[in-house]
Design a protein around this ligand. Structure first.
Ligand SMILES: [Zn+2]
Ligand SMILES: [Zn+2]
Length: 343
């Protein structure tokens, strides 16, 4: 396949500004494949970059890491070949640090991500990806399912840390993409007592549709009081999927004595928490970061088999409308959990 020397790319040029530009088509290193992008999702972390809140995303940079596309060129001996449709695991890990060697490649000391630092991302016609990070996907798989593998991999990881199957009641604080995917996965794993706290009305509707047993509008009632009453003194596990002080505190206050809080949200660097209360009530706090390669494979299977089907909640916009798409993603309206861009 002939690859043009330049391509269109949505370049993050300044806070709150992305511009469609002609840029050189990426040169691939020997271990890399070149992918013709079919579709790429806007992640919360891309939005943090867009808002100028991500130190590792400095302009000019092509954002985007949730990507499905087709292989244009691949190294000899790679597990994927030209013409194959693939999803990329955008997390590049070193394989040699202690975390990687112990199977915790999600917390690799040297992790890099597409669309971060000097690694150009997927909001473009083409993207270069380490061939080892590519997995082929069926041609019949919806692009709006394929691009959700990476977001769902995060939920697979969270529910692994929460020891899904071994608790009864769950509260999810924040019903955005991550909160809703965690809800869908927890339901699939057999959990039924799930409360979701979400301020956005359309997202509360989605949470109810996906089977949350209690959906709380924090503007109307105090979520902690309601969760504690509903769960007879506190839930076994709370997942915090926002990352600000008030929701982190709500997650801690929602669990029972001896309960577990999983922190997923990354909005604020630091927050105050009732540590004395956590000590007295023996509350366990775990951070959940990204996903291992095993989590990624599991997420892919769940989407290929349509056991999880997020496609009704994904909307695709042309790359040309990137600025509008980022604005919409920042201020979501309607029943959309994910906005994706298609070149
Ligand atoms: Zn993401
Ligand atoms: Zn490593």
């Amino acid at each position: 396949m002939d690859v043009p020397s330049t391509m269109r790319a949505l370049v993050y040029t300044a806070p709150h500004r992305v511009e469609l530009r002609d840029v050189p088509t990426p040169h691939t290193r020997p271990e890399q494949a070149l992918i013709r992008v079919e579709c790429a999702g806007i992640c919360g972390s891309d939005l943090a970059g867009f808002e100028g809140r991500s130190t590792r995303r400095q302009p000019p940079l092509i954002l985007g890491h949730e990507v499905v596309g087709r292989v244009v060129s691949a190294p000899v001996g790679a597990s994927v070949s030209p013409g194959e449709r693939v999803v990329a695991n955008p997390l590049q890990t070193c394989g040699v640090c202690p975390a990687c060697r112990h199977g915790h490649d999600n917390i690799c000391s040297n992790w890099r991500l597409l669309g971060m630092d000097d690694v150009q991302g997927a909001f473009a016609d083409y993207v270069a990806v380490d061939a080892a990070n590519l997995t082929s996907v069926p041609d019949m798989m919806q692009p709006t399912a394929a691009l959700m593998v990476e977001p769902l991999a995060n939920s697979v990881h969270v529910l692994g840390l929460a020891e899904a199957g071994r608790f009864q009641s769950l509260a999810i604080i924040g019903g955005g993409t991550q909160g809703v995917l965690a809800l869908a996965l927890a339901r699939l794993l057999g959990h039924r007592d799930i409360a979701v706290v979400e301020s956005h009305p359309d997202r509360r509707t989605i949470a109810a549709e996906l089977g949350a047993s209690l959906v709380i509008n924090p503007a109307e009632t105090d979520p902690v009081t309601e969760i504690r009453a509903w769960s007879d003194g506190g839930v076994d596990v709370a997942i915090e999927a926002v990352g600000i002080g008030i929701t982190r505190s709500a997650a801690v206050a929602s669990v029972r004595k001896g309960g577990t809080v999983i922190m997923l949200g990354l909005h604020d660097q630091s927050s105050e928490l009732d540590f004395a209360g956590m000590v007295r009530n023996e509350i366990a706090l775990k951070g959940s970061f990204a996903y291992t390669s095993a989590d990624f494979s599991r997420a892919l299977r769940l989407l290929v088999t349509q056991e999880i089907d997020p496609t009704p909640y994904v909307s695709v916009m042309p790359l040309d409308d990137g600025q509008e798409a980022f604005r919409n993603a920042l201020h979501p309206t309607g029943r959309t959990l994910k906005i994706a861009l298609s070149p």
